[in-house]
Ligand binder design. Structure first.
Ligand code: PGA
Length: 236
């Protein structure tokens, strides 16, 4: 892993932008794996403020809540439209369909999309508990797209965006860890001291399914962009 410690999320966004700009120039970004959450917003803002052109790029998002549709303002479809797609058109945007009730069918459909669109660069955030996508602690490193139950800590963390904690969906469709690991390059952003334990475990501790992001130690091209607070527990 290559670790970059930046001053703040604006500097982090600038670094992420420069990697994407170069990849587009070399034509090595045809499929772009995207993430939601508060963390990548500054990065998406940097992309939308630029003149980068994504009209030949396919996007594939990590996950979507189950039970809410694209027009729900907390759905990840809505988030992506608002923060990126409405301003930067892509060739096509893929996200799991949160309204599909047949989980097997939806997971198979999404795995087929990933198989036919191998991800060149995957953007990741990280949960306080070390999740990536909605792969919560205990998720197999061999997982592909699955219907997952959100843990209490994730429901709690995400409830800030809903009127009430009871409104937070309990399930999601998420790309699996194996699917994430199949991306050629991964860029993970983390800011703030709440992420410090997860970042320490991801980078310095022995990989374990208790901390899903630690699987990334086995990937050969991971760029970690963190601020000082998120890096504060690193010892090496
Ligand atoms: P956050 O979420 O960016 O809103 O902190 C990150 C994540 O849970 O992956």
């Amino acid at each position: 892993m290559k670790i970059h410690i930046v001053k703040d999320n604006i500097e982090g966004a600038e670094l992420g932008y420069s990697i994407i700009k170069e990849a587009l120039e070399n034509k090595s970004l045809n499929v772009f794996g995207l993430a939601t959450g508060s963390t990548p917003i500054s990065f998406y803002d940097r992309l939308t403020a630029s003149d980068l052109d994504f009209t030949d790029v396919v996007s594939v998002n990590l996950d979507e809540y189950i039970g809410i549709g694209a027009d729900h303002d907390q759905s990840y479809h809505y988030f992506m439209n608002e923060h990126l797609f409405a301003k930067k058109p892509f060739k096509v945007n893929h996200l799991p369909n949160g309204l599909e009730t047949d989980a097997q069918k939806e997971c198979d459909r999404y795995d087929a999309i990933i198989a036919s669109n191998p991800i060149d660069i995957q953007i990741l955030g990280i949960g306080e508990n070390g999740h990536i996508g909605f792969n919560e602690p205990g998720a197999s490193f061999d997982s592909t797209t699955e219907k997952v139950s959100l843990t209490e800590s994730t429901i709690q963390a995400n409830s800030r965006n809903f009127d009430s904690i009871d409104d937070v969906p309990r399930f999601a469709y998420s790309m699996g860890i194996k699917s994430i690991m199949s991306a050629k390059k991964i860029i993970l952003f983390a800011y703030g001291e709440k992420k410090a334990d997860a970042i320490k475990g991801m980078i310095e501790d022995t990989p374990t399914t208790d901390l899903p992001a630690s699987a990334l130690q086995n990937h050969q091209d991971v760029i970690v962009i963190v601020d000082e607070a998120a890096a504060s527990k690193l010892t090496k």
